[in-house]
Design a binder for this molecule. Structure first.
Ligand SMILES: Cc1ncc(C[n+]2csc(CCO)c2C)c(N)n1
Length: 220
């Protein structure tokens, strides 16, 4: 079992609350109301701005070339995602400036500042464990929502979003993040530390679930 699987196995309810959230199920079924998706996407753009800061912090906390390159790969993946958000928001007549002017929702603030604080108060391993549900979870969600591949999605209303995370490029980003986590843990993790790291991982998964819920609540 790699470190990621161990963290998941230590926090099964938190993980399920995130991966199997109603928002994800409705998106997969194509029944998710557009208001919910749009609220999510605008907040997610604001979220990604803060996560770019997280990867800058990861560079700051790095001591090796490999760690710095991992941080750079995370930042590059964020810019690819933000391109998707800009494309989708453009169809609703929303420019990047419009989105950047939107107020951050509590769920956005709670999650992003939690991860930034894990990195500021802890070391690089704490930071990457707090990031793992986000980075690796979206790859799992993407695969779950495209069980027969991207082409089989046809004219699914959320095709572009699903294709982004189910696609080979993003799957490779997540696989590399997973290996990097193992590598970091081999250098910095003691068994005594594992429980603390699992607590961080569980909290981040719950904050992901709250983030989905924010999208659903916008439609009530
Ligand atoms: C709420 C929320 N959680 C996770 C992601 C996915 N994500 C965030 S940063 C990043 C790149 C890291 O390599 C990825 C894939 C998201 N967009 N929104």
């Amino acid at each position: 079992m790699d470190v990621f699987d161990r963290l998941k196995a230590a926090t099964p309810a938190d993980w399920r609350s995130y991966i199997d959230h109603d928002f994800v199920r409705q998106m997969g079924a194509g029944t998710l109301p557009q208001t919910a998706f749009r609220t999510y996407l605008v907040q997610d753009y604001l979220f990604l701005i803060q996560f770019a800061r997280v990867y800058a912090l990861a560079t700051y906390k790095s001591r090796t070339l490999a760690d710095m390159k991992a941080a750079q790969a995370g930042l590059a993946a964020i810019f690819d995602e933000m391109d998707l958000h800009v494309r989708l928001c453009d169809r609703w007549g929303l420019s990047p400036e419009d989105i950047e002017a939107a107020p951050e929702h509590q769920a956005t603030i709670a999650y992003t500042r939690f991860v930034l604080d894990c990195g500021a108060a802890g070391d690089l391993l704490d930071l990457h464990v707090a990031l793992a549900p986000c980075v690796i979870g979206y790859a799992e969600i993407g695969r779950n929502l495209a069980p027969n591949g991207i082409d089989a999605l046809g004219d699914h209303p959320y095709r572009e979003w699903i294709a982004e995370y189910a696609g080979d490029a993003y799957q490779a980003v997540a696989a590399n993040a997973r290996h990097h986590l193992d590598d970091l843990a081999a250098r910095a993790m003691t068994e005594r530390r594992f429980d603390e790291l699992a607590t961080l991982f569980g909290k981040a998964s719950r904050l992901e679930a709250d983030f989905w819920q924010m999208g659903l609540d916008a439609n009530r």
